[in-house]
Design a protein around this ligand. Structure first.
Ligand SMILES: [Cu+2]
Length: 161
């Protein structure tokens, strides 16, 4: 529950829609955002990444088209692609969410890249992340910061994520 950033407190005050700070999933129209989380960052790390599972209960597809957070200069939608033997990140314009096909954002795959962290991401803390969908609109979720080694593999020399 520690919040040592005034920016985070200010942002939390404008959270609207159906989000509840401690809930693990969020609904926005037909779109459901499940378990948003991020890895704790090293003290000097410039970047971080947020992960979640996005699904829709509607009949039509939607897509995640943008993200923003007060804890980073900007947030971009990224994917990982293999180039030869090397995994590289590449920005994508949108992340598709199709009925029956949840979009899974996870380490080594799709993610919301947090560029230019303004504060270290510390295990046990949360930060707000606003997600914008083409049809459903925008919702602010609270991203739970988990241990640096949480959930799955990480690239070697992973400071750059
Ligand atoms: Cu990235």
């Amino acid at each position: 529950m520690k919040r040592n950033s005034l920016a985070l407190v200010a942002m939390a005050a404008v959270v609207t829609a159906t989000s509840s700070i401690w809930a693990a999933d969020y609904k926005l129209g037909d779109v459901v955002i499940d378990n948003p989380w991020a890895r704790a960052s090293a003290g000097t790390a410039a970047n971080g990444a947020a992960y979640m599972v996005i699904s829709t209960s509607g009949a039509a597809p939607d897509q995640l088209i943008g993200a923003s957070t007060p804890i980073a200069e900007k947030a971009e939608l990224h994917t990982h692609l293999m180039e030869g033997d090397v995994m590289r990140m590449r920005p994508v314009k949108a992340i598709e969410v199709n009925p029956g096909e949840p979009a899974t954002l996870k380490p080594g795959g799709l993610h919301v890249m947090l560029m230019g962290l303004k504060a270290q991401l510390k295990e046990g803390e949360q930060f707000p992340l606003t997600l914008t969908f083409e049809k459903a609109g925008s919702v602010t979720v609270e991203v739970a910061v988990e241990a640096a080694g949480a959930a799955g593999h990480h690239d070697e020399g992973g400071q750059q994520h």
